[in-house]
Design a protein around this ligand. Structure first.
Ligand code: NAP
Ligand code: ZN
Length: 359
């Protein structure tokens, strides 16, 4: 029994994405002694929250409370919890649990985000121990200790929250695919994830960072974020030809099923890599012409969030490099308006819901 209530913004149908979430109580996942309860202070709004609210990735198990960029204070610890204590400031990202077994080909090598046995999302999944996961547009969140990460001192909660998903989803592929000195890196889709990618690519020491989004209007902001140049794909003539074979690595955060994928791929240098992290509704990408791949030996891959160990590394890196996300705080009470604004592409570049009663 707890003396606090789990309450939050619940989606009850695909209409909820239009600002029709309803405040209500929910039953968190079944408690285990490896768990902690977190009093949520901050929660970022990720593009994934919108996909889930509108059943974009298949039917959502409503009621659903989204939000997987959670930061708050530990208010309850299970008997077997060794990594956290009461009062600690922790963050939770998009993964709630994996099998965590030593014979798992993924978990045993710290690749928990690719676990095939028990890959549980923070919200929308059913836990092996019972109960459904509810996200962080809420008063409290229950998490497995391994997937709750200590927030380093010196990192503001409103910055730490969006790093937990938006940050790690781009930090991971940039790191894993060698972003650094000597590399030219393109970031396609400068939204929440994309703005983190520009910040990280710069901080990792890439020679050239190119922001690639649809409209000219973002140019000045993207250059201010640290990009060396910018391509406005819907307003610049012949952009794909002009910039052909100029990038070693691209991270694409775009989730539109009609994205100009062929043109993005044509920007890659011989032996370069294109990493898709944007997750289109129903997973559909445009077709790829084989000649685009074979004529430049292009590697096309994907990347899913990042494992706990790399989240810790990223948070330390963010402190060390003084990464300052463009986070815009919004009251938790205004979550419905905030998701509507997010869907309209108004975030510059990440909304973070704040529960003022919990500060
Ligand atoms: P976001 O803030 O909305 O950013 C997405 C950006 O894509 C927009 O700012 C937009 O920039 C660009 N875009 C290009 N073509 C578009 C179109 N036709 N319609 C709308 N936007 C378009 O969203 P986010 O939070 O960064 O998330 C991006 C995607 O990553 C989502 O699909 C999300 O589910 C996914 N995601 C994946 C992972 C993973 O593990 N792989 C983790 C988190 C999120 P312009 O308007 O400037 O073109
Ligand atoms: Zn996310």
């Amino acid at each position: 029994m707890t003396d606090y209530k789990f309450e939050g913004w619940l989606g009850h149908s695909p209409e909820s994405v239009k600002g029709q979430m309803k405040w209500g109580e929910f039953e968190p996942k079944t408690w285990t002694e490896e768990d902690i309860d977190i009093k949520v202070t901050h929660c970022g709004i990720c593009g994934s929250d919108l996909h889930m609210l509108r059943s974009g990735w298949g039917p959502t198990d409503y009621p659903c409370c989204v939000g997987h960029e959670i930061v708050g204070t530990v208010v309850r610890v299970g008997k077997n919890v060794t990594q956290h204590k009461l009062g600690d400031r922790v963050g939770v990202g998009a993964q709630g649990r994996s099998c965590m077994l030593s014979d798992c080909p993924d978990c045993s090598v710290n690749q928990e985000s690719y676990c095939k046995r028990a890959n549980i999302n923070t919200y929308g999944s059913t836990y092996p121990e019972g109960g459904k996961g509810f996200g962080g547009y809420a008063t409290y969140h229950r998490a497995n200790q391994h997937f709750a990460i200590q927030i380093p001192e010196g990192l503001k909660s409103e910055y730490a929250a969006p790093l937990m998903c938006g940050g790690i989803t781009v930090y991971s592929p940039l790191k894993n695919h060698g972003c650094g000195p000597g590399k030219s890196v393109g970031i396609v889709g400068v939204g929440g994830l994309g703005h983190f990618a520009v910040l990280f690519a710069r901080a990792l020491g890439a020679d050239k960072v190119v922001g690639i989004s649809r409209r000219e209007a973002k140019r000045a902001e993207v250059l201010k974020l640290g990009a060396d140049s910018y391509i406005a794909t819907e307003e610049e003539e012949d952009w794909a030809t002009k910039h052909a074979h100029s990038l070693d690595l691209i991270v694409s955060t775009v989730s539109n099923t009609n994205m100009p994928l062929e043109q993005y791929l044509s920007l890659i240098k011989t032996n370069g890599t294109f990493v898709q992290v944007g997750a289109p509704d129903n997973g559909v990408l445009p077709p790829i012409n084989a000649f685009t791949l074979l004529s430049a030996a292009v590697k096309v891959t994907g990347s899913a969030i990042g494992p706990p160990r790399q989240i810790k590394e990223m948070l330390e890196f963010a402190v060390e490099k003084n990464i300052v996300p463009w986070a815009q705080t919004r009251p938790l009470a205004d979550a419905n308006q905030a998701i509507v604004d997010m869907d309209a592409g108004k975030a510059r570049y990440r909304y973070v819901l704040v529960n003022e009663n919990h500060l």
